[in-house]
Design a protein around this ligand. Sequence first.
Ligand code: SPV
Ligand code: MG
Length: 299
Amino acid sequence: MKSGNRAEKKRARLREGLGASAPVLMVGAHDAMSAQLIETYGFDAVWVSGFGVATMTHAVPDLNLTTMSEVLAASVRIDSATSLPVVTDCDNGFGGLSNVVRTVVEFERAGIAGICLEDNLFPKRNSLYSGESKRELIAAAEQARRIRAGKSAQESDSFVIIARVEALIAGHGVEAACERADAYAEAGADAILIHSKDKSLAEIEGFMTEWKGKGSIPLVAVPTLFPDYTDQELYDKGFQMVILANHPMRAAVQAMEQTLQTLQLERKAAAVDPHIASVDHIFELVGTKEAIALEEEGI
Ligand code: SPV
Ligand code: MG
């Protein structure tokens, strides 16, 4: 498949999902294998988690420390490992308006189906971080200007830009969230991610009641901190897309920590062997047998 064709097929699939009468369930990948497994287990799309790439590839905090090129490189590896559409979390576009424009150009050229741009001021804070920290947003008009510039920089009509509203996370309230969602939709965003860490869902329900734009543009939820709702339940509340953003990363970290703890204690491989993937399974996951057959027998 030609690479342009591949990218367009993925974008068409993403756009189809954004208009479908069923939720799109997207899971966060931090590397190529997590993306492959997300596809194997039947999800609809892959989210390149900024948190995941910062943590798992670089072991640095999710504070705008990863560069555009690093996130792009991670996205290309992830995109290569799956036939699902890939949406990359591009944080705040890695700087100002020109950085947003370059981000759009580079990710589109690389064949990524879409990106998400949030309105956190550089250097950003992860939205789930609950410790003491300043949390400032880019002015709504400026973020709208950046989204408009990003939209006009894309070459293919099908490339998707999701605008992420952090007003609820930053404690600015429902009215501010509505104003920002209006401004970003008006600037040409293809979907609005309305982020919240309110476990009671009162903030989200408030937004859904107050926002006049509901129904005019797809809404996206990241229910990490309101985890009891299924994708269908969130769809019934008005969300078209649901992102389970960081669960493979957290699973991997826990599994590695448990394994290493046991190895440290027992000091022999047999102590963990029954609890970890077999080497044969790993060979199988990456098509080792088929690659060797091709190498030794040819086509
Ligand atoms: C990410 O996966 O990097 C996200 C989602 O931005 S969250 O961390 O839940 O804000
Ligand atoms: Mg992120």
